[in-house]
Design a protein around this ligand. Structure first.
Ligand code: TXA
Ligand code: MG
Length: 324
């Protein structure tokens, strides 16, 4: 099993020797390796059982590092970065040769962000290379938001998990590219589209599946598969009264937005946000899905949440989690 701790020096040493470790970020826990070391990066794919066609995000600590990594840093992209970094924003930009193909799945573009987590920022400052890190879950499963989530699933395969508490944001970063200085959203995430638009103007969506919360099958970004973030148990989305009627012969677990269903045993329900706050719901979403997956139920039921702000991201994840 992996050790869980807060030893930044040990984390640094393991990474410098080509190791793969768990790291905290404000969005979800990452599975990190030296981005310049192809062998180390390959280990990430093996551990996650992730297809090599699915590129990884680079994590840096200073905006000045962008000069080493990208060929162009469009004005609007830089403006957005200055507003939002460190934070749940990933920029997709033309890459320089220094970044190995294994990181970007041979794409000309690279995804980069500065995570907003004090421990990981300290670690990144101590390193002479960026960290490539996907979410620290087996491919397709729910992303981890605590060190224990990482331990449960990947603990056997990594030596160390740098602990940084429960992730504040709780859903992955928003991925944004630029075309002719216009923002293009590749993945909904922890940064609200509305805020992006306030800073850099109207955004377009890379494909309809993102604009509509993943209703259409075509992947928007490589690796942005429709089925993703999935519990092992089937998850059904819709109007709760109809779902309850349809699955009345099954043992159901319910993901509840802001108010328990009175006719149903509370033990079968996990409440996201008693105060109807979408940030709080996002913060609790993945842990709630994991709990439901572990309850003695056959099927998980959920409604959509209000489709604004982080609600759009939550709906996107729910649609993907329910796709089979
Ligand atoms: O919040 C996050 O972004 C977390 C934390 C750990 O930073 N990371 C994360 O990584 O969610 P991951 O690997 O689970 O998702 C990365 C996604 C890929 O599935 C792909 O859709 C997109 O980012 N991506 C990465 N590099 C890309 C590239 N070069 N071109 C297009 N899409 C890319
Ligand atoms: Mg992931």
């Amino acid at each position: 099993m992996a050790n869980i701790g807060t030893d930044i020096l040990l984390a640094k040493q393991l990474l410098e020797r080509g190791g793969v470790i768990g790291i905290p970020t404000e969005t979800v826990y990452g599975l990190a390796a030296n981005a310049y070391d192809e062998v180390a990066v390959s280990k990430i794919f093996d551990i996650k059982q992730r297809p090599k066609s699915n590129p990884l995000i680079l994590h840096i600590h200073r905006i000045e590092q962008m000069t080493d990594l990208v060929k162009e840093f469009p004005m609007q992209a830089e403006k957005l970065a200055k507003h939002c970094w460190p934070g749940p924003l990933t920029l997709l930009l033309p890459k320089k040769l220094i970044i190995p193909d294994v990181v970007t799945a041979a794409s000309e573009k690279v995804a980069i962000r500065i995570p907003n987590h004090p421990i990981t920022l300290q670690l990144l400052q101590a390193l002479s290379f960026p960290l490539a890190a996907p979410s620290a879950n087996p491919f397709g499963y729910i992303s981890p938001t605590t060190p224990e989530h990482v331990q449960e699933q990947l603990g056997e395969q990594i030596p160390y998990i740098l602990a940084g508490g429960a992730c504040e944001v709780g859903v992955e970063s928003t991925i944004v590219g630029f075309e002719n200085e216009q923002p293009v959203i590749y993945r909904l995430g922890g940064l609200r589209v509305e805020l992006i638009e306030e800073i850099v103007g109207p955004a377009v969506f890379a494909t309809k599946n993102i604009a509509l919360g993943a209703f259409i099958e075509k992947p928007a970004a490589p690796g942005n598969f429709l089925q993703h973030y999935s519990p092992k148990k089937p998850l059904k989305l819709g109007v709760m009264s109809e779902l309850l009627e349809r699955y009345r012969h099954k043992k159901v677990g319910i993901l509840v937005f802001d108010k328990y269903y009175e006719e149903i045993d509370k033990e079968q329900q996990i409440l996201l946000t008693p105060s109807s706050n979408l940030e709080e719901a996002a913060h609790n979403l993945f842990a709630a899905l994991r709990k439901l997956d572990q309850l003695p139920v056959e099927i998980i039921l959920s409604t959509y949440v209000p489709n604004i702000g982080l609600g759009r991201t939550i709906n996107d994840r729910l649609v993907r989690a329910s796709a089979r």
